[in-house]
Design a protein around this ligand. Sequence first.
Ligand code: CO
Length: 214
Amino acid sequence: MINSYRELFSNNKKWVEETTNQNPDFFKNLAAGQSPQFLWIGCSDSRVPANEITGTMPGDIFVHRNIANMVIHTDISMLSVLDYAVNVLQVKHIIVCGHYGCGGVNTAMGNKQVGLIDNWLRHIKDVYRLHQTELNAIEDPAKRSNRLVELNVQEQVHDLTKTSIVQNAWANGKPLQVHGLVYDIANGILKDLDITVEDTHEIEGVYKLETVDV
Ligand code: CO
């Protein structure tokens, strides 16, 4: 656990030395450009760092993180990341990664006012409402929270497929898969929810967009 601000820089120096010792061209190669295959949409939680938990390196994953790994279609930051990842970087996989014990999800399950963030968490309450019959039947609050974490990931995967960015990529024959994952902070295990979507079949009618020529 780091408490000192200065330590960030001594650590950085150490990391540069170690990395360069292992591969003298490491930074030279990265400076030439990036061509990651993955876009990661994860939670801002400090315990869920995309690279570390997947054993990947700088250059491997394009990352967007926000509270509770949400895909809000009015979020210009998320949309810009998605557009750039799909249309410029041409990633093959989009990963939505939730995590058990998510503070955002737990807060959204309750009724306490927290402040401005309540507006963000409202989107999770909407997911709860969609699945309230299943969720209300789970008595153990921890288990109910875990299930909402999974359902929230599932909903964000579907929300990605509703975007024109993803639908146009598929219409143009791009190989693009959208995956839903959950990370368990308590044991470090990353679980595939097996809800991968790779075409428009699962998109509900009203969300299907006709292709436009640009
Ligand atoms: Co979280």
